[in-house]
Write a protein that binds this ligand. Sequence first.
Ligand code: TRP
Length: 327
Amino acid sequence: MTRVFSGIQPTGTPHLGNWMGAISRWAADQQPEHLFCVVDLHAITVPQDPATLREQTLNMAAWLFAAGLDQTVGPIYVQSHVTAHAELGWLLTCSTQYGELGRMTQFKDKSAGKANVGAGLFVYPSLMAADILLYQAEEVPVGDDQVQHLELTRDIAQRFNSRYGEVFTIPKAVLPKAGARIMDLQNVGKKMSKSSETDAGVIWLSDTEKVTEKKIKRAVTDSDGEIRTGEGKEGVTNLLDLFSAMSGRSVDDLVSEYNGQGYGTFKTAIAEATNAYLAPARQRHAELLADKAELTRMLVAGAEEAERRAAPTLAKAKDVLGFIARG
Ligand code: TRP
C-alpha cells in the first residue's frame, strides 16, 4: 500500500470547489497508510489571531470528519499535537540552504513589499519537508502551487540521506486528476477560489441553504436564454457542470430536461440539488462542532497514532546526526 501524506491549512471553511476536487474524494478512497494533517504550525508563519486559529483548526477538522474520513481507518490529526513535526523541522532546516529557500516563489510572493516578514515564512518549506519525510510518505497530493516545495523536499531528503545515511523515502507530488472543476459563479473564467474578488461567486460549505440559493440565482449567465453548452455559453456551461456534479446526472440529460424552461427554473433546480447534496455533511459538521471536547478527543486519537508512526524515523534521524541517545 502506498504511503500518502496530506497537509491541509486550517483556513476555516472549504468551498464547493475544494469539496468536489479534493475533500469528498479523500473519504471515498481513504486507506490506512494515508495521513491527514491540519497544519496549524504552518498557519502561524503569518500573524494569526489566537481565537480565530483555534476556531478554524476545529472547523477544518470537523469538515474532514463530515466528509466521511474515519479515524479508525487512518490518522486524521492536528500538526501541533505531534511534536515530532517541529522537531524534525528543525533538523531539516539545518540541511536546507538559504539560497534554496530564497528561490521559493511562494515566499517571494508572500513577502513582496512587506516590511516585517517572519523567519518562519522563510523556513516554512523545511517544516513541510518534515511533515512528509517523518512518515516515509511516497506520495503527496498537492496543487500546482506546492510542486516547488515538493521538489525542495526531495532535494533535502536526498542531501540528508547522502550525508548521513539512508533515512528518508524520496516522495513525489501527485497532482489532482481532472474532474469536476467548479468555476467562480461570477467570474466564470476562474476556478472557484478562497481568494476570489467576490463572495457571491463562491459557495462556502458553511453558507446557509438560503445564501446558497441566492448565489446560484445570481450566477452569471447570458441573454439568449438557452440551456446548452458551447461558445459564449460559459456561465450556463458552468451551471450545467455544477448541476451534473451535484445530481450525478449527465449534462446531456440535464440539457434535454431543462432547455426551454428558462434560467429561473433551471437555477432553482440547481440550488435544490446543491443544498440536497451538501445537507448531510453540513448537518454532521454542525453536530461535530456542537461537542468540541469530543471532536478534540477524536483528533487526539489520530495524533497518538501519527506519533507512533513518526517515532522510528525521528529517532533514526537524530541518531545518524550524532545526538546522544537518552538510553
Ligand atoms: N504548504 C501546503 C499549502 O500551503 C500545506 C502543507 C503543509 C502541506 N505541509 C504539507 C501539503 C505537507 C502537503 C504536504 O497548501
